[in-house]
Design a protein around this ligand. Structure first.
Ligand code: FAD
Length: 381
């Protein structure tokens, strides 16, 4: 087989995972990441069993189990009475049912585990991509510094504001949901008195858009808190902008005392507007494709953004296994046809914001195995 020369734009969760999977099957990969280093930016990443199976196959499962936490249950509770409306056993039950546990982990720890599996020379930091385009049967990647490089295949793994997506399909027009989200982590010893703190718990508000989600991180030494509410006047879609903890407490002041105790413990919080986008009809053009948030950004109500990016990475690598330059376009067709229906269902399910509110079956999400799922036949959309 002739190894493909592959350029990946974006060294986030999906780009790093794709690089590991692709170089494992013999392709030559270079990642271009705009950041100058991986700091402890962001907070939680929720890896449900479908994503942990991906990580096990990439060889980072032990590192995640070492650094992350494994929620005991997934619980839905009512905002004022505290009544439990659904309870799904996770931990060992998830291993029995889905061959992997749920792991909640700081984004930085996941990125560290992924970068630790990359051979030297694969990752180029501080290299911002300006655009991509077709070049013969392959693709070029043009950088913000004016330089340019050619590849057999270019992959846009550059997140919600993807320049690769814009180059292929034009500027997107996300719709503001009218909702904002707050994210915070707090030291667990501040919450020692609270019950159910080892579970993934969602407090459903008087309207489903008003909710608080909490779960352990960092082997249970920290607690992650995520809260959403309707609010106009804040339109920034960002992972890093600071919010106001007093505002946070005020919004949820009528919630159950156990939910309020979480917010009382917060000292810092980030705030981001939530946007929705329709599933895209196409992800690829010629020898350029997309993965992760670049092609299916979703609101966080099913906590599947990173999980879907990880699944994409594996399915893409399987579609490219044994493929030489002449077969790239067909392989990309198989990749997107294998993935689009599932990611569209999760995008829409996230938007619907009813996931496991009153129980329900999680098997179709958690039971998926990206290493085993049959690849779509050519021409099978
Ligand atoms: P991302 O993980 O967003 O990765 C995209 C990568 O591409 C980033 O590293 C970005 O710097 C890089 N990039 C973008 N444009 C360019 C360019 N032009 N040239 C080169 N590189 C480029 N999710 C959560 O659930 N909780 C969090 O707390 C959280 N924090 C986050 C913090 C940051 C800084 C980022 C970028 C993402 C965060 N996410 C968070 C999002 C989450 O990681 C993704 O939704 C998910 O993992 C999908 O992964 P992805 O690889 O598709 O995109």
């Amino acid at each position: 087989m002739t190894a493909l020369n592959i350029g990946i734009v974006g060294g986030g969760v999906g780009g790093l995972a794709a690089a590991i999977a692709l170089q494992k099957i013999g392709h030559r990969v270079t990642i271009f990441e705009q950041a100058s280093r991986y700091g402890r930016v962001g907070a939680d990443i929720n890896l449900t069993p479908n994503a942990v199976k991906v990580c096990d196959g990439l060889g980072i499962g032990d590192a995640l189990r070492e650094k992350g936490a494994q929620p005991t249950h997934r619980i839905s509770r009512t905002w004022d009475t505290g009544e439990e409306t659904s309870r799904l056993e996770m931990a060992q039950a998830a291993v029995r049912n889905y061959q992997a546990p749920q792991i909640t982990i700081h984004r930085a720890d996941l990125l560290e585990a992924l970068t630790g599996r990359l051979p030297d020379g694969v990752l180029t930091l501080e290299k911002r991509v300006a655009t991509v385009g077709a070049q013969g049967n392959g693709a070029f990647v043009r950088f913000a510094d004016g330089s340019q490089q050619g590849f057999d295949l270019a992959i846009g793994a550059d997140g919600i504001h993807s320049v690769v997506r814009s180059a292929l399909f034009g500027q997107d027009h996300p719709e503001f949901t009218g909702l904002v989200s707050f994210r915070a982590t707090v030291a667990r010893d501040k919450l020692a008195q609270l019950p159910n703190i080892d579970a993934f718990t969602k407090w459903w508000g008087p309207d489903p858009a008003i909710q608080i989600v909490t779960f352990p991180l960092n082997r249970g030494r920290e607690q992650f808190i995520f809260a959403t509410t309707a609010q106009d006047g804040w339109r920034e879609e960002s992972w890093t902008l600071p919010g106001d903890v007093h505002e946070l407490r005020q919004i949820y002041k009528d919630f159950h005392p156990e939910a309020r105790a979480l917010l009382d413990a917060c000292t810092e919080v980030t705030k981001s507007a939530l946007y929705v986008r329709e599933p895209m009809p196409r992800w690829s053009q010629g020898a350029i494709t997309l993965l992760g948030d670049a092609c299916h950004p979703m609101v966080p109500f099913m906590a599947q953004g990173a999980c879907m990016a990880l699944e994409d990475a594996v399915v893409l690598s399987r579609a490219l296994d044994g493929v030489a330059a002449g077969g790239v376009a067909q392989a990309l067709e198989r990749y997107e046809n294998t993935r689009k229906e599932r990611t569209a269902k999760v995008q829409r399910g996230s938007r619907g914001n009813e996931w496991l509110k009153q129980g329900g079956n999680a098997d179709w999400v958690y039971g998926y195995d990206a290493w085993q799922v049959p690849l779509a036949a050519l021409g099978q959309a």
